[in-house]
Structure formats: structure tokens, C-alpha cells
Design a protein around this ligand. Structure first.
Ligand code: NAD
Length: 476
């Protein structure tokens, strides 16, 4: 790479190569060649909110008919959990790889689900176009989510995207504008927001136990070296290619999601600006070169430069709070979301384990006091779902079942979803904006207000005490 300009071109082009020429990312290719700070300001200025999607509720659906696009690692988690939720019909499964489709299909053996299977490169569009599907779930590589979600919404479907929901600033705005125009849900499924301790601290924050929340520490720090260099783990080595073609935090949402909820982001506060600092890559290129010595497959990867081991992004909110967000998928250090919440009256810390709480006395509370606080503040949603999750052995400590059950329950009852399109855009835009900051000597960059000022009065989301709904049964 000769210069920053070359790198920006490279990173703009990277997605196109990965999309297998399906035409998915041609828009991103052209637009990402511009300075995204300029693009970001231009789109924000041009945006006029057509309809406020915050608090939006679609008409109730007695049966939620689902199509799932992408059945690699994550798609099957949807199949495994959705089949346990009453009033769901999985009507379509779509993946480029027939063997992955077949194994996802096999998870439905012995159930009444009879999905049609799609394997063509453009078949995801056919799934979106069907008139007997309500919801399209996107579990493809993340840089495909936004074009697919936009298409799904334009076809009248609710778009349910895995994380992150968009890879460019243009795509973030495309999601917002399409959702407002079509009045279809566009939710990014941030499952880590449903971890029991994260929900406990959300409930405590809402009840004022931490006072005014001033700061949050959060992260997705977990070694993905083995996964990223595995020839069989991800389709077309797509994660490794992402690490080789981007800079900045490319996986911000698991850490930021739960902290943003506690800070009422897009509902009383919003992200204002960020600065992002990144270490060098000390391991990935070395690993690629080591593998290339004995395996020609890795030779192209040995020539690439990689995103640094550690990215640290600092966000300031409009109401004056701060957030420290890390991403390290390389070092073999213990897994950490951190989830540190610091307020004027108390604090909380999830990682390193065990989780801790403090209520303003310069010390973490004792194990007994922790138990008492947990008993008092565990949200109804956690109580209701813990037993069901254990019964069916749901993944990610039950969070996957909980977030999918909540999605379906809200759709059944015609309720607003836990996250809306403004959240999908605000959490995902950290990907391109942190890259911009890293490439510009960690200068600050504004985070757009995707709500067009409505954040000041938008209603709270995520009804964790189930004041409405909560009546969708789990099938053992
Ligand atoms: N929330 C979580 O805990 C969690 C966990 C894992 C992955 N994810 C997210 O899920 C998404 C998918 O990740 P993964 O690990 O399953 O990757 P994966 O490579 O295992 O699966 C992606 C699948 O998409 C398919 N695909 C690619 N292009 C397609 C197209 N045009 N049409 C249809 N199918 C296509 C591939 O064949 C592959 O099977 C990513 O965004 C990732 O960030 C989230």
C-alpha cells in the first residue's frame, strides 16, 4: 500500500471482490472512494425524516413467516431457536453452499417446518420477493446485510439483520431512509444486550441505582485467530479478508449495544463524535506468512497488511457521557466484553469475571449483597426466559432464544421492537467512522444523528419488564 488514498480505494473495493460479483456492493464501491467524513455530513444534511420509526409498531402477525438468508455458522442458530417459538413458520432457507443448506434443513426434522431451499447467487432476492414471507433474516457476511435489508424492505418485508447491520456510512443512511419510506422494521439483532447481567444493569440504571451514568467501558475482545485462518470455518475466508482490508473497530456492537441501551442512545442522548486509535498488527501477517511457507493457499494472504491487534475507540455523547470501546480479535487474552458502567451513585463490571456491583461506597459489594441486588433488580424478561432457555439448551447463555423470542413476541402482539433502524445505523456506523479516524491520525469524526433530532423525545425501547406482550409460548 503506498498511501492512505490507495488504502481507502482498497477498502472500498474489498467488498466487491467478496460479494462474488453478485452486484451486491457496487454502490459501496463508488461511494467509498470519497472521504467518508464528507459523505457522512452530506447525507446527514440532506436527510429529512419522512416518518419516525422510533416506537413504530407494525400490524400484529398471528403467524410470523420467516426466510433465512445465510446458513453458515449463525443462520442455524436462528433455525435452532425459532423452531422452539410458537407461531413461527420457517418458509425459506437460502445459502450459496448446498451442504450448509441441507444441514440447516436437517435441524427441522421432526417439526412441521417445510422450508423451500435456495442456492443461487441471486436467490436471496427471490426469498425477499415471495408474498408468503413476513420477515427476512440476514445471516450472511456483514457487508452484505444492508443491501439485502434494503431490498427486503422494498419488497415489503421486515428486515432482521445480524451484526453489524451495515458496513459503510452510505449503507447506514440507506437503511434509515428505506425503513422510513416503507414503514418496515429494520432491526439489528444485538444478542449480547440480552445477557442476564447486562439486563440486570439496564434495569438498575433505569431505576436510578447508578445515579447519572457518566461512562461505559466495553469491548469485544476474543481471539479469533484459529477461526479466521481456518479454511473451513467461514465462507470464502470472508472474515480474514475483512481483517486484511479494513482498519478500525469492525465488530463494535456486542460491547456497545448494552452500554448504548443504558445510556438511552437515540432516546434522550445520542452518540456525538468518536476518536479511534489502533495498534499495529503484531500477529496476523506473521501467521499468514508462516502458513504460506507450507501452503500455497495462504500465499495471497501473506502479502496483505492487517488491521491492528487492538482498536480503542472513544465516543462522547451529546449529553456529555463517555464510552471506551475496544476490539481485539487477535491476542490470546481471555474473552472480555468488559461492560463497565460508572455513574454518580454506583457502578458495575462484568468482565473480568465474576461480575461486580458497587453502590457508591468505593468498593464492590459483598457476594451476599450482590445476590440481594440481583434478586431485587433481575428484569421480568430474564426471569421468564431463563427456565425455557435451560430447558431447550439455548446458545450464548440463553440470549439467542431470548432475543428471538422477544422479536417474535413483539411481531405477534404488534409492539415496537427492542431496537429500531436508528439503532442499527448508529451502532453499525462505528465500523466506517472508526476506520476513518484511524486512517486520519485518530482525528475526531462526528457520528451522524440518524434520528434527525427525534432522539430528544423518542420513547424508551426494550420493555424488559414485559408491560405488554410476553405471551408467546416456547415449545420444548
Ligand atoms: N450475534 C452473534 O453472536 C453472531 C455469531 C456469529 C456470527 N454473527 C454474524 O452473523 C453473520 C454471519 O456470520 P457467520 O459466522 O455465520 O459466517 P459464515 O461464513 O459461517 O456464514 C455466512 C453464510 O452466508 C452464505 N452466503 C454468502 N453469500 C451469499 C449469498 N449471496 N446468498 C446466500 N448466502 C450467501 C455463505 O455461503 C455462508 O454459509 C455475520 O454478520 C456475523 O457477524 C453473529
Amino acid at each position: 500500500m503506498n498511501s492512505r488514498r490507495d488504502f481507502l480505494k482498497l477498502s472500498g473495493l474489498s467488498g466487491v471482490g467478496l460479494a462474488g460479483g453478485s452486484g451486491l456492493l457496487h454502490c459501496s464501491k463508488q461511494k467509498d472512494r470519497e472521504d467518508i467524513a464528507v459523505v457522512s455530513r452530506r447525507r446527514e444534511k440532506a436527510h429529512v425524516q419522512r416518518f419516525n420509526m422510533s416506537g413504530f409498531a407494525a400490524p400484529p402477525l398471528e403467524i410470523v413467516r420467516v426466510g433465512i438468508i445465510g446458513t453458515g455458522q449463525r443462520g442455524p442458530a436462528y433455525v435452532r431457536n425459532l423452531k422452539h417459538i410458537e407461531g413461527v413458520e420457517i418458509r425459506a432457507l437460502c445459502d450459496l453452499r448446498p451442504e450448509k443448506l441441507q444441514s440447516a434443513r436437517a435441524l427441522l426434522d421432526g417439526t412441521l417446518h417445510r422450508p423451500d431451499l435456495y442456492t443461487g447467487a441471486e436467490d436471496w432476492k427471490r426469498v425477499c420477493e415471495r408474498n408468503d414471507i413476513d420477515v427476512v433474516v440476514l445471516t450472511t457476511p456483514f457487508y452484505m446485510h444492508a443491501p439485502m435489508a434494503v431490498y427486503a424492505m422494498k419488497c415489503g418485508k421486515h428486515a432482521v439483520s445480524e451484526v453489524p447491520a451495515a458496513a459503510t456510512i452510505e449503507e447506514c443512511w440507506d437503511l434509515v431512509e428505506t425503513a422510513e419510506k416503507t414503514k418496515r422494521h429494520c432491526i439489528m439483532m444485538e444478542n449480547m444486550s440480552y445477557l442476564p447481567f447486562q439486563l440486570l444493569t439496564l434495569n438498575m440504571a433505569r431505576q436510578g441505582v447508578f445515579g447519572t451514568v457518566v461512562h461505559g467501558d466495553c469491548a469485544y475482545n476474543t481471539s479469533k485467530m484459529a477461526n479466521n485462518f481456518s479454511k473451513t470455518m467461514y465462507w470464502d475466508m470472508w472474515w480474514l479478508r475483512q481483517y486484511a482490508s479494513r482498519r478500525g473497530n469492525i465488530y463494535p456492537t456486542h460491547g456497545l449495544g448494552p452500554v448504548g441501551l443504558i445510556m438511552n442512545i437515540n432516546r434522550g442522548d445520542k452518540f456525538e463524535f468518536l476518536v479511534s486509535v489502533e495498534s499495529n498488527d503484531f500477529m496476523m501477517q506473521a501467521k499468514a506468512r508462516e502458513l504460506a511457507e507450507t501452503d500455497d493457499f495462504f500465499k495471497p494472504f501473506a502479502e496483505k497488511t492487517y488491521r491492528g491487534n487492538m482498536n480503542v475507540t472513544t465516543i462522547r455523547t451529546t449529553m456529555g457521557r463517555t464510552i471506551m470501546l475496544q476490539h481485539d480479535a487477535t491476542d490470546p487474552s481471555p474473552h472480555a466484553y468488559i461492560h463497565g458502567i460508572y455513574g454518580t451513585k454506583g457502578s458495575a463490571l462484568f468482565d473480568p469475571q465474576p461480575p461486580r456491583l458497587a453502590v457508591g461506597k468505593h468498593a464492590w459489594v459483598s457476594a451476599e449483597e450482590f445476590k440481594e441486588l440481583e434478586e431485587t433488580y433481575t428484569a421480568k424478561i430474564t426471569r421468564q426466559m431463563t427456565e425455557s432457555a435451560q430447558r431447550i439448551g439455548a446458545g450464548h447463555a440463553g440470549t439467542d432464544l431470548l432475543e428471538m423470542w422477544r422479536l417474535i413476541d413483539c411481531l405477534h402482539n404488534g409492539l415496537p421492537l427492542d431496537m429500531d433502524v436508528y439503532d442499527a445505523a448508529a451502532y453499525s456506523c462505528i465500523v466506517p467512522l472508526s476506520q476513518w479516524s484511524v486512517l486520519n491520525r485518530s482525528n475526531s469524526i462526528d457520528i451522524p444523528d440518524f434520528t434527525a433530532g427525534a432522539w430528544k423525545s423518542n420513547p424508551l425501547n426494550m420493555d424488559i419488564n414485559l408491560q405488554r406482550g410476553g405471551n408467546t409460548p416456547i415449545i420444548a
